[in-house]
Ligand binder design. Sequence first.
Ligand code: ASP
Length: 400
Amino acid sequence: MKNYYFILILLSIALGITCGIFFPKQMIAISWIGKLFINLLKLIVLPLIFCALVSAITSMGEIKKLGLIGVYTICYVLLSVSVAVVIGLLLLNTFKPGVGIPPSLIMANASAHDTQPIPLSSFILTLFPPNIVAAAAKYEIMPIVFFSIVFAIACITVGKSATPVIDFFVGLRDVLIKMIVWLMYLTPIGLFSLLATAVAEASLQHLLLQSLSGLVLFVVIFLCGLFLQFLWQVAVVAIVARKSPRQFISSASNALLTAFATSSSMATLPVTMMVAKKQNISDDVARFVLPLATTINLAGTAMYEAVSALFFCQILGFDLSIPAQIGVFITAILAGMGATGIPEGGLVTMVMVLRNVNVPTSAIGLLLPFDRILDRFRTMTNVWGDLACAATVDYFHRKK
Ligand code: ASP
């Protein structure tokens, strides 16, 4: 089934590009199919972000029991996700792959609401709306993120009587993940339409080659960023955790290959646990750190969110001042930590980062052709980060 799906994706890419070039007008006429796909994605994103954040943060309630292990883990996760985002932002600012790509590639699929700018003065107020349901209806995602964080912390503080509430949201998250998995079966159709519309717009303006080179540059830059993220964590494993990087990489290879094959760090978790055992990471540490890291340490995903947002801003010629980039930095970290370790889980939270910089969500369509393959590489980076985290925490734990 997986192989057929992959072939279908390749076919829809080829078909989308061909139809976009040869039948541009017809493809623009059926652009609603791509919009429908994006709508379905957006339909699930709000409840999923809420449930994923609540379950991830409340799972940290265990921290009290596990004391220092938990604190080390959180520190490592924050460090690795932040470094990933910084690497991504630096690379994008240096190479500027989005400059020169026609904005119409993004605007072709955008709806009016997507592009409405949020005035700076009311930005802080929108983070704390008087009515959270009304904010959700307006698709303001940051208030939902803030609300979920505070809600989760309150659940932890309340303790035992909040357990049914937490269980409910954990269950709801699993149901929503199932829906996302189903939605992903529609990717070939959505992909075809979004790609065909984008190519049609570009070819009507005779800008196809110019756009393609920018997109390829973006992909290459992102892969280099992931490689840098891999490298600094090799150094951490060697210098801080005092493990032979060669041996560590060779025993991790099983998990990395599984990550590449499944595009899911969650599905890879059992293999990751086995690697930790092989590397003599203590059971206590592995059992706590790896599931937690799999949930919140999606550094490759966070980097993807940041570089994509900046890439789109470059295409649209948007404000890339330091405050705007700090906004991208913060939302990308939250999106990386809130994303779910399933195939294309990062695409869902990307909506949050894009909304924050007023980029229309339909821009995601531009990345869809590459996303399946990029997803495999960022999943490998995520899993590698989880193992590096476990090794480092284990070292400090033993030293204690
Ligand atoms: N597939 C990734 C993972 O499981 C998440 C993503 O970046 O889409 O880690």
